[in-house]
Design a protein around this ligand. Structure first.
Ligand code: FES
Length: 108
């Protein structure tokens, strides 16, 4: 695991979600009232980009088949798939967002 700076907190602007490449995969970042959370940007069902979906009450809705995933835990609502989405620890220092990424992640 390695802390990697992936964005500035200000990069969200007025958006609630954004996708960042860091560096071997895409990670979705979510701006929540209690902090910033990170998941893989790839839906565990068929790989759609979760950051292209909607964020509602702590869940990201996949834009392809509308599965819901808890952005804090990665848990699926079970409506489309039982597979959860991978989550990553996040820390913010000096206005910068860092994600703790496994070093061995394949490119996706
Ligand atoms: S690709 Fe996300 S629910 Fe099917």
């Amino acid at each position: 695991m390695a802390w990697t700076r992936v964005a500035a907190r200000a990069d969200f602007g007025d958006r609630a979600m954004m996708s960042v490449r860091c560096p071997d995969q895409r990670v979705a970042l979510y701006a929540m009232p209690d902090g910033v959370f990170a998941t893989s940007d790839a839906c565990p069902h068929m790989g759609a980009s979760l950051s292209m979906g909607c964020l509602v009450q702590g869940y990201v809705e996949c834009p392809m088949h509308h599965a819901l995933f808890d952005v804090r835990t990665g848990a699926s609502d079970g409506s489309v798939t039982d597979r959860g989405v991978r989550t990553f620890p996040v820390k913010i220092e000096g206005g910068d967002i860092y994600v703790d990424l496994p070093a061995e992640e394949p490119v996706s």
